[in-house]
Design a binder for this molecule. Structure first.
Ligand SMILES: Nc1ncnc2c1ncn2[C@@H]1O[C@H](COP(=O)(O)OP(=O)(O)O)[C@@H](O)[C@H]1O
Ligand SMILES: [Mg+2]
Length: 361
């Protein structure tokens, strides 16, 4: 099923949930709803329909600041702008996704209450709709703190099968989307285990410094464990983030670290995201994605015209960095590369599952 065309077919079976829906936490005001979480409310983790999760991608690196949130926000934002239906699931307490998409403390920001309640009760997630056209989100936030002790007690009771909890609640809604991205937190193995047990693919941003590479080794360990519950989990690849380097030495080092971490696998995306500090600041300050800044940059007056007219600032406060267009271009290239890889992997899988006479005819 590929993109808007594939989705048209999928629409026939799409379950539409009520418009203006309330979340399981009953909270659309932004005020966190108290949830008491104890061992007793552990809902039975039913077998998730993993077929519904074939386009679910977990963005993982055990290290913070390597681009996980920037990548999921910009990839999903650009895919949505191109007509794909996308869902973002935020497993972070800090919920930087809310900053990057500009919905922090707004009406759809439930600080993770809906996600927590859904996992407590085992009921389907209810994404907040339309954070951008075609882009829905399951917000993260402070309420996710309660998810960790809940999962600890479930794992004690049920073993690692308990990590299927996210897959169980995500599968019933994932069919509504062409792509689902899960933004994982750094250094919170339990939440990462939930994501790795729900996803079909892992995408791993890294910086070219040693820190990102150590994070990669830890992801490799979680990846191997998660495959016990989720044997189809695959490594889509690593993406160099905020890099000025396209040097072969850097890429070779990265591949070596991946081979060590993932038992010989070392897929590295050709596209990297360039270092662009001012654009990153503009993005998070304004809650705009790189391609949205690109449009605003194109609309702002030339610097000399602004200087002549004494309007050195734009309506958004200060002049936006023109580098936004290049960064947006990097994300576009990455999106194309990602889809190409996904389609190739899906075709291989389909061929593998074809009946013998069909495959050989
Ligand atoms: N292209 C870029 N160049 C430099 N810094 C960037 C770029 N894009 C984002 N950043 C900044 O990098 C930091 C880490 O990014 P983030 O996506 O939050 O990483 P993570 O989710 O892995 O912690 C943030 O401060 C973000 O604003
Ligand atoms: Mg993050």
């Amino acid at each position: 099923m590929t993109g808007p065309a594939g989705r048209a077919a999928r629409n026939a079976t799409r379950r539409r949930r009520g418009a203006g829906r309330d979340r399981a936490g009953g909270d659309r005001t932004g005020a966190p709803t108290p949830v008491v979480v104890g061992v007793d409310d552990a809902a039975a983790t039913t077998d998730p329909d993993m077929d519904a999760l074939t386009r679910t991608i977990a963005m993982v690196n055990d290290k913070g600041g390597v681009g996980k949130t920037s990548l999921v926000a910009n990839l999903a934002g650009q895919f949505a702008a191109a007509g794909y239906r996308c869902l973002l699931v935020d497993l972070n307490r800090q919920a930087n996704l809310a900053d990057d998409l500009g919905f922090r403390d707004g009406p759809i920001d439930d600080h993770g209450a809906g996600l927590l309640m859904s996992i407590v009760a085992g009921s389907p997630l209810r994404p907040a709709e339309g954070v951008r056209p075609g882009l829905d989100v399951v917000p993260g936030g402070a309420r996710l703190v309660d998810l960790v002790p809940l999962m600890v007690s479930r794992v004690q009771e049920q073993g690692r099968e308990a990590f299927r909890a996210l897959a169980t609640v995500l599968a019933p809604v994932a069919g509504d989307y062409d792509l689902v991205f899960v933004d994982c937190p750094p250094e919170t193995t339990i939440l990462t285990d939930l994501a790795l047990t729900a996803a079909r693919w892992v995408l791993m941003p890294t910086k070219s410094d040693g820190g990102g590479l150590v994070g990669m080794r830890l992801v490799g360990e979680r990846f191997a464990l998660a495959r016990e519950q989720n044997p189809d989990l695959g490594l889509l690849g690593a993406v160099l983030f905020a890099t000025g380097s396209r040097s072969r030495v850097v890429h070779a080092e990265l591949r070596e670290a991946m081979e060590r971490a993932f038992g010989g696998q070392s897929p590295l995306f050709t596209t990297s995201i360039r270092h662009a500090e001012r654009t990153a600041q503009d993005a998070r300050r304004l809650g705009r994605l790189a391609h949205e800044l690109e449009q605003e940059v194109a609309a702002q007056p030339a610097w000399w015209a602004a200087l002549r007219e004494g309007t050195s600032k734009t309506s958004s406060g200060r002049r936006l960095s023109p580098t936004a267009a290049s960064v947006a271009g990097d994300y576009r290239d990455l999106g194309v590369e990602l889809l190409t890889l996904l389609r190739a992997a899906e075709e291989t899988t389909t061929a593998d599952h074809r009946p013998e006479q069909e495959a050989t005819s």
